[in-house]
Design a protein around this ligand. Structure first.
Ligand SMILES: C[S@@+](CC[C@H](N)C(=O)[O-])C[C@H]1O[C@@H](n2cnc3c(N)ncnc32)[C@H](O)[C@@H]1O
Length: 468
């Protein structure tokens, strides 16, 4: 690893830290704003620098994955399988950098702080302490692994060994390890998840800079390629640990992905609400059609959607009101659209209906929306209350408290909204305004009797054949 490090620049080396296991240590004075590391986002051509990307994973597994391959664990699952491929085969390949990097990764025993390796009892407490569900993640992993096992791994155990040097590899435990490794040390860069050796050794500090992308230059530079860069957020002296920030994530995401929660993430309480388009909705097909094809430039939307509800925990800020995500309101207005508002699902509105949902549709629709939000928040709160305070790891209690805050603020917000529903402007009113028909009508209004009207005819409100 040392030789490769020299080529990559000498500002840092990998070394033991007091933060967590290994980290990056300054080997020279680094000034604030300087580029500490600049590494390729993709594999270089001679294949010595093993950046783990989805593209590489698809190449490595192209003979065993169908074109239609889709999975619950998504990009992280593919990178995990690619990591296991390196574990299984790179020991036999003379690529010292890869071997050294693989050897520097945490072993299963060093990952016991990660929730995937908690006891079942502690996992159960975590499940009850957050709306971001660990069981969902474990189920997704189990389902994907079952598919890989049956379709790919068991078919060729020579290529996909269950263990290597007595360490689990292409087995369920090996996959769990690889998922935890990938999720805890990959960055979403240039539109994709990437695990970049060396950069993946950088520990988190709230004050530090997030890893950024920049046009490639220097050692790996070539036309159009991107590099991942670590920029110094402060001056570093020789021997000091340098840091990056893993970015703004909820406490639950930090715990489930990185196995720890930095201080910063407690300053904003985040909880998740999941809603589903009612399977028995009589307008379900129309609504599915809108979600799939008519959400403008957004990707097709699933009938099940999860949204964050967010509230600052520090007093004196303006963000403490728990106001819901506009995208959540838009989705829910569509889900609840019915009775006298159902005309908006007519085909003539098909191109516009998603846009209409960005604003209140009718008082009854808005009431259904705020009631649904309040009920969903309350259900989550009831589940938290079932968990005794002294059960499980301390971080679970902190999670329950933070999410309770976010959910309670949201309930308070929608309660206020509910009391002011009659003050909102709804679709019909907006439409009348657009058409200039919102003023009081009186027969004396000269301009209501146009030249093209015959004697005794007027354009009374409601009498026109407008395209509603
Ligand atoms: C990208 S790796 C960093 C290298 C890691 N220290 C190692 O030895 O492999 C990320 C993992 O390091 C740990 N970590 C990073 N920053 C931390 C911090 N500020 N406090 C506690 N653990 C941290 C977490 O376990 C996290 O999942």
């Amino acid at each position: 690893m040392q030789e490769s490090q020299k080529r990559l620049g000498n500002k840092v080396k990998i070394g033991p830290t007091t933060t967590h296991r290994l980290g990056l240590i300054a080997t020279e004075r680094i000034a604030k704003g300087q580029v500490i590391l600049s590494l390729p986002c993709e594999n270089n051509n001679d294949d010595t620098f093993p950046v783990l990307t989805v593209m590489t994973a698809k190449q490595v597994f192209q003979d065993v994955l169908p074109d239609s391959f889709d999975s619950w664990t998504g990009d992280a699952g593919l990178l995990a399988m690619l990591l296991l491929h390196h574990v299984a085969h790179d020991a036999n390949t003379p690529m010292p950098f890869r071997t050294a990097w693989l050897q520097a990764l945490p072993t299963m025993e060093e990952m016991t702080h990660h929730p995937y390796f908690w006891s079942e009892a502690d996992q159960e407490v975590l499940q009850m302490s957050s709306t971001n569900k660990i069981y969902q993640r474990l189920d997704d992993m189990e389902e994907d692994f079952a598919w890989w096992k049956k379709q790919v791994l068991d078919v060729n155990r020579q290529r996909f060994p269950e263990s290597v040097h007595d360490q689990p590899c292409f087995s369920w435990t090996g996959f769990q390890w690889a998922m935890a490794v990938i999720q805890s040390r990959s960055f979403f860069l240039d539109g994709a998840l990437r695990c970049i050796p060396l950069l993946d050794m950088c520990n988190h500090d709230d004050a530090a800079e997030e890893i950024q992308t920049a046009s490639a230059g220097g050692f790996f530079g070539s036309g159009g390629n991107k590099n991942a860069q670590l920029i110094a957020d402060r001056n570093y002296e020789v021997g000091q640990e340098v840091f990056c920030s893993y970015g703004p994530k909820s406490a639950a995401d930090y715990l489930l992905e990185h196995g720890f929660c930095p201080e910063q993430c407690w300053k904003t309480a985040v909880s998740e609400l999941t809603f589903e388009l009612d399977p028995n909705d009589r307008f379900r097909d129309d609504k599915l059609d809108i979600l799939e094809f008519e959400t403008y430039d957004q990707a097709p939307m699933d009938p099940v959607q999860t949204f964050d509800v967010v509230s600052s925990t520090s007093t004196g800020t303006t963000q403490t009101d728990g106001s819901p995500d506009p995208a959540m309101m838009q989705f829910l207005r569509l889900c609840k659209l019915g009775s006298t508002d159902a005309f908006l699902l007519e085909s003539i509105f098909r191109k516009d209906v998603w846009g209409f949902m960005a604003l209140p549709v009718s008082e009854s629709n808005e009431l259904a929306v705020v009631n649904t939000i309040a009920e969903t928040c309350q259900r989550a709160l009831d589940e938290f209350n079932e968990c005794a305070d002294d059960r499980g790891p301390e971080v679970c209690k902190k999670l329950r408290q933070a999410e309770t805050w976010a959910l309670s603020k949201t309930i308070a917000f929608v309660q206020r909204e509910k009391e002011a529903l009659d003050l909102k402007e709804y679709y019909q009113e907006r439409r009348l305004k657009d058409l200039g028909l919102d003023s009081e009508w009186s027969p004396e209004d000269d301009d209501m009797v146009g030249d093209d009207l015959s004697f005794g005819q007027t354009r009374a409100p409601g009498g026109a054949d407008y395209d509603w």
